[in-house]
Structure formats: structure tokens, C-alpha cells
Design a protein around this ligand. Structure first.
Ligand code: G3I
Length: 554
């Protein structure tokens, strides 16, 4: 596992829609020209000149670009240059990302807590139920008069966060929102994208059925007595690398925090809007969501700075964040859209102190902009969306300028290589898509395409970073079911975190990273939770961006 790899010719290993911009990255020094060949016959179908040589500082590689955008004929191809092995095969097809999008969504189904997955739903990844979470203890840090420490509550369902089996409200927030936004922006695409869910056929689109599995859990994380929201539901220590049904440590809800209350409020307000057309399936659901959102907001007003403090006896993920302005902004935006109330308006419309290029679990302000821009026509004053639009365009133009200056035509720069860098790339793409939806300017969509290309193989390791998709993809993600299920192939459809020069897992890994350059600092080994874990917040922009490019490329 984990060996260094000379990528050779780097290309999106799934391929492209016919009219997309199509770029590949070629090691410099291998001649001036490239050919695209038909993968079956070997015949050249397109030839072109490589761009000038340049070095990418994130990897140290000196490369040249191949642009074959003008090849639009459907087929399966490879790229060829002198003195290099041919590229992996890739497709040009009208549905290039259909299986990917369905697979990335299916990963959430396979990640459901508290339920057995049968073969009809999960195929070879069928498994027994784990973590019923029907008897969860209130941790001392979360104790209140009506729910003293040790009180037993039920908090079932939801998705496991990542490679671990815990459930965290902050990270559930951005993940669930992004799936709801994907449906809200591209309903026609998702109406046709049938998954094999236990709920399939109930009149609700499957992406929303999947989101509902987590919304049902989130709703139980609110204390009905005061509107506060527990930060997480967790074991005290991480489980071993075992299947869910083998992990039986006691579970706790831990500390109510401002961030949890606000992220919860934002998602519930969004859900009340997006699920309203499907209320017939569950009468009153939208109203309940909105009432829960407002109660959480009121709790946050009373506790505006309660940040997460990990109790000494708890060692699982923290999702701690000292800066809560963005959480207030996002929650206010969604609540303003839902209610039109003035009390939310000021906070919703307050400008960010700086350009915010992309959302992340601890930077949620852009999510509010996305909703305000989308809901423009339904706002009490449509001009209330102007600030959000401006901030989206400022973000996207910053990203475009970075891409213009990048030898590999990526908005991703060295400082973006943090824990979860692959999702940074796709969250940037999500912002670029918003700018495209506002302006229809092709450059924004091309930049989003490049970000997806990067995660699917146009990168210096030549990896498609999505399990089970592409010619070379991760085989050993830090993901308990993938390690413990006895199946060689990992659970498919997961985007791994990706290159991270922080290498915070070095002390826990028996093998070392082969390289330290930001874009090379990746280890395909299950020990590598800092570069090779999967997570619900990283898959969500993959679902979104694949759907966006399918829907918008023409
Ligand atoms: O906030 C500081 C910033 O001020 C500083 O400039 C920067 C320099 O590197 O670091 C920032 O902190 C980082 C923090 O994320 C916020 O971005 C930490 O270095 C970094 O280690 C931390 O990584 C997080 C990681 O948990 C460890 O806490 C990841 O974002 C987060 O995605 C990851 O989430 C884990 C869950 O806790 C548990 N479940 C698995 C999941 C995925 O690995």
C-alpha cells in the first residue's frame, strides 16, 4: 500500500460530457504533440499540440496541458504522447457522471446507522444492524435540570460520520444541506436518479429519502425542553476496526453548543422548504422542522458563545470552532427565507468580513449565500439576494484568478491542501457552479469541471479519489466497514480526504507517506485517517458537483 506513483498522463478517469472542456496533464519532456486514440481500435481520433511547460508548486511536477475539448464524439479513449505509457481509459458520454452520482449517494445508504442492510439494497455490502442508539446516555457535559447526567434518551438513525461510527451535528449540518441543495437546484436530474433504497417508490425522490434518514436523527438531538442541540452522539473512545454490529460501547450525547444549535436551525429551516412539496407523505413535517429550527435559534440567542469543549473522558472527533459569526449568518439566512421575519434579516444580510472562497464544516456562511441567491424570487425584497450574489461572484472570481495563474488549471492552491483537501476542491466547484447559475459564464463551469477532473484522476498521483470509480482508486480507505467486511474492494462511492501535508496520522501509521509535497502527501492505507478517510461532508459536494455538471453542461 501507499507506494509513490509517477502519474504519467493525468486525466479524469470517468471522462466528460460531450460539450465539456476537456483537459489532461502530461509530463513535460515527452514531445510537443498528443493524440487521443480510440481505446478499442487504437486509432487516433484527435491530435493536438501541448501547451507550454510549467511547474506546479503544490507537487513540484513540470507539466504541459493537452486540450481536446473539440473532441465531442461519444466513445472510450486514451491519451498518448511520445515516451509515456498511455493514459487510463476514459469516456466521452452524455451520462458520464450518472453512475458516479448514484454511487456517491448510495454510499450514504451504506453508511446508515441503526439498520440492517439487505442484499437488495447493499449487494455484497449487506450487513447486520449496528448502533441502534435507542438507549443513549446524557453525558455530564450535557446535563440539565430535566435531563440529569445518565438520563436515557432515544436518538436512532442518521449516518455514521466517516470512518468512525459516531454522529456529529456540526458535520451533519453541511452534509445534509448540500444534499438538499443538490435536489433543490437540480430536481429533474434527481427525479430520474433512482437508488435502491428501502423507501424507494414512496413518492419522495430518493436523494430526499436519504436526507430524511439523517434528518430523523438530527431531530432527536434537540432537547425539547429548551431547544438546545447536543453537539454529538458518540462513544467515549473510537471503536476498533470492526463491523457496526460488533461495536457495542455505551453511547452518549455530549454538550449543547451554539454551533450545533445554529447548524441544526439552518438545516431544519432548509428541510422545511425543500420537503414542503412532499408533506402529504408526512403531514405537518415541514411545520415541525421550522418550529424546531426557530427553537434552536432562540437557544443560540440565549447562549451565543458556547463553543465545544471536549470533556476529559471523551476522545472522539471534536468539530470545534471558535468563530460563530458564519453559523449565525447561515442560520439567519435560512430562517429569513423560511419566515420573512425582520429579526433574521439583519444577520442574514450582513456582509462577510473577507472573501470566503468555499464552504466547509467550520465555514458555513457561503451556504446561506447559496440559499439566498437560489430563493431570490421568494424573498420579501428580491434585492435582499444582491449581497449574496455579490459574495458568490467575489468568491468565484477569486477562484478563477487562481485557476488562471495555475499551470494545471486548478483553483486549488498550496494552502488548500488541508485535512479533506479533495472536498476543498469540490466545495470550490460548488461555489463556481453558483456563479455559473447566476451569470451563465462558461469559465465558471470550466473551473468546476477542472475541480472534478482533479478528484477523478487529473492529479499528480493519477488517482481517482473515489472508491470503486476509475481505473486507479483507493483500495484501503480509513473506513471501518471497508476494513472489517472481509471483501477486498472497499465500500464503493466514497471520496477520500486526499493529500494532506499535515500528516497528523504519522504516529499511528506503520508505513510512511512516500512524499511530502502538498499534492503528493497521500497514503492509500487504512491507517491514514488524515489523508485516506471518508466522510459524509466530503461526499456531499461530490454528489452536488456531479449532478451540476450533468445538468448544466451543454
Ligand atoms: O483552525 C486551524 C487554523 O487556525 C490553522 O491555521 C490551521 C493550520 O493547519 O489549522 C486549523 O485547524 C485544523 C482544523 O481541522 C480546522 O480546519 C486542524 O489543523 C486540522 O487537524 C483539523 O482537521 C479536522 C480533523 O477532523 C481533526 O480534528 C478535519 O477538518 C475534520 O474534517 C476531521 O473530522 C473527523 C472527525 O473529527 C471525526 N470523524 C472523522 C472525520 C474525518 O476525518
Amino acid at each position: 500500500t501507499g507506494a509513490a506513483h509517477a502519474a504519467g498522463i493525468e486525466v479524469n478517469q470517468l471522462g466528460f460530457l460531450p460539450s465539456a472542456q476537456k483537459l489532461a496533464v502530461v509530463p513535460a519532456g515527452a514531445g510537443d504533440r498528443f493524440q487521443v486514440t480510440d481505446a478499442a481500435s487504437g486509432k487516433t481520433v484527435f491530435a493536438g499540440r501541448l501547451g507550454p511547460a510549467a511547474t506546479w508548486d503544490a507537487s513540484g511536477e513540470t507539466i504541459r496541458l493537452a486540450d481536446f475539448s473539440r473532441l465531442r464524439k461519444a466513445g472510450t479513449y486514451r491519451i498518448r504522447v511520445a515516451d509515456q505509457p498511455e493514459s487510463p481509459p476514459f469516456a466521452i458520454a452524455g451520462d458520464a457522471y450518472r453512475a458516479l452520482d448514484a454511487g456517491a449517494l448510495h454510499a450514504y445508504t451504506l453508511q446508515r446507522a441503526g439498520v440492517a442492510l439487505d442484499a437488495r439494497v447493499a449487494g455484497p455490502y449487506a450487513r447486520a444492524a449496528g448502533h441502534p442508539d435507542d438507549k443513549v446516555l446524557v453525558h455530564e457535559s450535557a446535563a440539565s435540570a430535566k435531563r440529569p447526567a445518565g438520563t436515557v434518551i432515544a436518538s436512532p438513525k442518521g449516518w455514521y460520520d466517516a470512518g468512525d461510527y459516531n454522529k456529529y451535528i456540526v458535520n451533519s449540518g453541511i452534509s445534509t444541506y448540500t444534499l438538499l441543495a443538490a435536489y433543490e437546484h437540480f430536481p429533474a436530474w434527481f427525479d430520474k436518479l433512482a437508488l435502491h433504497l428501502p423507501e424507494s417508490g414512496n413518492g419522495v425522490p430518493d436523494i430526499l429519502n436519504e436526507a430524511l434518514w439523517n434528518l430523523d436523527w438530527m431531530a432527536t438531538m434537540q432537547d425539547p425542553d429548551d431547544g438546545g442541540v447536543y453537539h454529538k452522539l458518540t462513544n467515549k473512545q473510537f471503536d476498533g476496526m470492526v463491523m457496526p454490529d460488533q461495536a457495542n460501547a455505551p453511547r452518549y450525547v455530549v454538550q449543547k453548543t451554539t454551533a450545533a444549535a445554529l447548524d441544526f436551525a439552518a438545516v431544519m429551516a432548509t428541510a422545511s422548504r425543500v420537503l414542503a412539496p412532499f408533506d402529504a407523505q408526512a403531514p405537518g413535517r415541514s411545520q415541525r422542522y421550522l418550529a424546531a429550527a426557530e427553537a434552536a435559534w432562540r437557544w443560540a440567542q440565549r447562549h451565543p458563545a458556547t463553543t465545544y469543549r471536549q470533556p476529559p473522558d471523551v476522545a472522539t472527533g471534536k468539530y470545534d470552532d471558535e468563530h460563530l459569526d458564519d453559523e449565525f449568518s447561515w442560520a439567519a439566512s435560512e430562517l429569513y427565507i423560511a419566515t420573512g421575519k425582520d429579526e433574521y434579516r439583519t444577520r442574514a444580510l450582513a456582509a462577510a468580513p473577507a472573501v470566503q472562497t468555499a464552504p466547509g464544516w467550520n465555514e458555513v456562511r457561503p451556504l446561506g449565500w447559496i440559499s439566498l441567491a437560489q430563493q431570490r424570487a421568494r424573498l420579501p425584497h428580491p434585492s435582499d439576494a444582491d449581497g449574496a450574489r455579490r459574495q458568490i461572484l467575489a468568491a468565484a472570481d477569486t477562484l478563477l484568478a487562481r485557476r488562471q495563474a495555475s499551470p494545471v488549471r486548478l483553483a486549488l492552491v498550496t494552502s488548500d491542501f488541508v485535512w479533506g483537501s479533495n472536498a476543498v476542491a469540490l466545495n470550490q466547484a460548488m461555489m463556481l457552479v453558483q456563479a455559473y447559475r447566476i451569470t451563465n459564464k462558461a469559465e465558471y463551469l470550466e473551473a468546476a469541471q477542472s475541480a472534478l477532473d482533479y478528484t477523478l484522476g487529473r492529479n499528480p498521483l493519477g488517482m481517482s479519489y473515489v472508491t470503486g470509480f476509475g481505473a486507479r482508486s483507493p483500495m484501503h480507505p480509513h473506513h471501518r466497514p471497508s476494513v472489517a467486511d472481509g471483501i477486498a474492494a472497499p465500500v464503493p462511492g466514497w471520496l477520500v480526504g486526499g493529500p494532506n501535508p499535515g500528516q497528523q496520522d504519522r504516529k499511528d501509521c506503520h508505513v510512511s507517506y512516500a512524499a511530502s509535497a502538498p499534492a503528493l502527501s497521500y497514503l492509500d492505507d487504512a491507517c491514514s485517517y488524515a489523508s485516506n478517510e471518508v466522510a459524509i461532508n466530503w461526499n456531499a459536494p461530490l454528489v452536488y458537483v456531479a449532478a451540476a455538471l450533468q445538468s448544466l453542461t451543454r
